[in-house]
Write a protein that binds this ligand. Structure first.
Ligand SMILES: [Zn+2]
Length: 629
């Protein structure tokens, strides 16, 4: 096993680095190993004490009357995450602590970052004491960990609207707040409605992790911003991001267009989902509580189920209730529910539209796939990745990812023109691509551009129904189509929709959920994932210290080596406890791009234990790679 080199901390020997690499490779395919669990506990304790990192801890929320198996929530307070992110010097660049009066006119005002929307302005005006705002972004989503459905991960992540969108996706820009209970092995007592019980558990968990955040929203707290300025801060829920089913779960509302009010945010009726001129009222905590009180009067399952469908609300106490400013227009938690690009567009309305085209132009499918392959031949952009040749997109052979749909979408108008598709279809597809670009790719909006977007959205929704309505089983009367109509209001409230992008979080699933699961012993998976999140944070803190002390010449030197193409630079940290950084080394690993923080013990029993942490620092194009084509 690895031992400390005897060179007094001036650098690791080549042999040691070789050994680190060997261990690293091994650790990618074998379970993370610790000598004893007690070792890990000690390490975590020292982290909390000396670095201020609060680990995720198990909370037993089993209800003995209802649950036959234990229900465990791994969590820390969202407030702990918010405080850490708010004070983190790494988030200094572009951080918004206070609204500045730019003196611009209403016409010239640009809606970009969250602080440019009405939410921020109205909240500042609505708070009694001129407090600074921590604009909390929550995101949750369940993901399958095992292919056979025997394990799911359900993380809740926290980020801040104050952090510039350039920094928010980086490790120091977000935190894992909780792993909600895995229901794949959950059993309820006889006679208990399992779906209702699980929804109840979900909300109990939300309530638990939001407890402190709600308390500080009402009291405020003095703390430093990333630049070290002491401010009086109140956390406010700015956005809760999730796909449509997750939003309905958070809202405690029924989903699908068979229920009377299928939108988690508002009370639009199900027959008006694709009606561009229909108006809606937002749901409110007060209104939902009244509905709950009505539902509680029902006895008997059938009567209750019927009432729930009519009211489109589940009989459950909702975790996003109870924010001190929840009854204001800007603080209304239902307004914070946000759908992201991938689920609303690429995997939502766009996909339905392509299905309609397939049904309407059966004899052009082959020609469209040939046209698509010709596009591939001259496009080699990294953000534009069309399905590979083996797949036939229009013939619908193969499994397509969101990025593939998005890429095809961009060239779809050209392809339809090449195959001489009917003008009506070409028109609505072009409108769609234009809409998608205006919503998701525009860096900012103005009052004028929002007026245009409003007209564009209404025209597009009407055309979708007109041209494709007969091909789609609900005639495009879908919650996702209705969600398109919320976009303009949402931009006025909180800036451009790029802030509700789930790509970053979905990507985290791979590093923080799926790989730890694959390399775990399949028991106590949550504890291993929780540990991994902590390690990622520690590595982030260490990497920042290293950045500060870093000699840029050394970095350039490292860049000039390695193979052509992508070069990954990695940092290793060797740490011992009580917490002490023994050694940091930077090295280049060549073509690997899937490096991630790892933590493993490298000493035998009885000797001082060392921990090795490896993190990818950057993945950059090698300077010679310009000639790579
Ligand atoms: Zn709505």
């Amino acid at each position: 096993m690895l031992t400390k080199t005897g060179n007094g901390g001036t650098g690791l020997s080549r042999e040691t680095v070789k050994e680190l690499l060997r261990l690293f490779k091994e650790a990618q395919t074998t379970p993370l190993s610790f000598e004893t669990l007690a070792d890990v506990d000690r390490f975590e304790e020292s982290l909390e004490k000396e670095v201020g990192l609060q680990p995720l801890e198990p909370v037993d929320i089993t209800d003995k009357e209802q649950d036959a198996t234990p229900v465990i929530l791994w969590c820390r307070q969202t407030w702990a995450c918010v405080a850490d992110l708010y004070s983190n010097p790494a988030n200094a660049e572009g951080f918004v602590a206070e609204l500045e009066d730019s003196g611009e006119s209403e016409e010239a005002h640009r809606f970009t970052e969250p602080s440019t929307g009405s939410f921020w302005r109205e909240a500042v005006a609505g708070l009694p004491d001129g407090a600074s705002i921590a604009a909390v972004i929550l995101y949750s989503d369940a993901t399958e960990l095992a292919k056979d459905g025997s394990a799911t991960g359900h993380p809740v992540y926290v980020s801040l609207g104050n952090i510039s969108s350039g920094e928010r996706w980086k490790p120091h820009g977000r935190r894992l707040a909780a792993l909600l209970p895995d229901f794949s092995k959950h059993v309820v007592k006889p006679g208990v409605d399992v779906a209702r019980r699980r929804l109840e558990i979900f909300h109990t968990c939300l309530e638990k992790i939001l407890e402190k955040q709600k308390e500080v929203e009402s009291t405020g707290m003095r703390m430093k911003d990333p630049l070290g300025v002491v401010r009086y801060v109140r956390p406010l829920l700015y956005a809760y991001v999730g796909d449509y089913p997750e939003q309905c779960k958070v809202a405690g509302t029924k989903m699908g267009n068979q229920t009377r009010f299928p939108c988690p945010k508002c009370l639009i009726s199900n027959e008006n989902l694709a009606n561009a001129d229909a108006r809606w009222e937002y749901r409110t905590e007060e209104g939902q509580k009244l509905t709950l009180a009505q539902l509680q009067a029902f006895r008997g399952r059938t009567a209750l189920a019927r009432a729930e469908t009519v009211e489109s609300t589940h009989r459950v106490k909702v975790g996003i209730w109870g924010f001190p400013n929840g009854s204001t227009t800007w603080g209304n938690p239902y307004r914070s529910l946000m759908c992201d690009v991938m689920h609303m567009s690429a995997l939502g309305v766009y996909k339905h539209m392509v299905d309609c085209i397939r049904a309407m132009l059966p004899d052009k499918i082959a020609a469209m796939d040939i046209a698509l392959r010709n596009v591939t031949a001259f496009s080699r952009q990294s953000l534009f990745r069309l399905p590979s040749e083996g797949k036939h997109y229009f013939a619908n052979r193969g499994v397509f990812q969101a990025f593939e749909h998005q890429s095809v979408m961009q060239v779809l108008p050209i392809i339809l023109e090449l195959v001489n598709a009917p003008a009506a279809i070409r028109e609505v597809v072009s409108l769609y691509v234009y809409w998608h670009t205006e919503v998701w790719l525009r860096p900012y909006h103005t009052e004028d551009s929002l007026d245009v977007l409003d007209l564009l959205t209404k025209k597009l929704v009407a055309k979708l129904v007109d041209v494709f309505g007969e091909q789609q089983s609900s005639e495009f009367n879908l919650p996702k189509v209705h969600a398109m109509l919320h976009v303009v209001d949402d931009i006025r409230r909180g800036g451009i929709p790029a802030h509700y992008c789930t790509d970053m979080y979905e990507h985290l699933h791979i590093a923080l959920m799926k790989r730890p699961y694959r390399t775990s012993n399949k028991k106590n998976v949550e504890s291993q994932i929780a540990r991994k999140a902590l390690v990622a944070e520690l590595v982030d803190i260490l990497a920042r210290q290293e950045e500060g002390a870093e000699d840029s010449a050394a970095r350039n030197g490292a860049l000039s080596q390695g193979p052509i193409g992508h070069v990954t630079h990695a940092l290793t940290f060797i740490v011992e406890w009580p917490f002490r950084l023994v050694k940091t080394t930077r090295y280049t690993i060549g073509m690997h791009s899937s490096l991630e923080p790892l933590l493993f013990s490298t000493a035998g029993r009885g000797s001082p234990t060392l921990l090795l942490l490896i993190t990818p620092l950057t993945t950059q194009m090698h300077k010679d790679s310009a000639s790579y084509s």
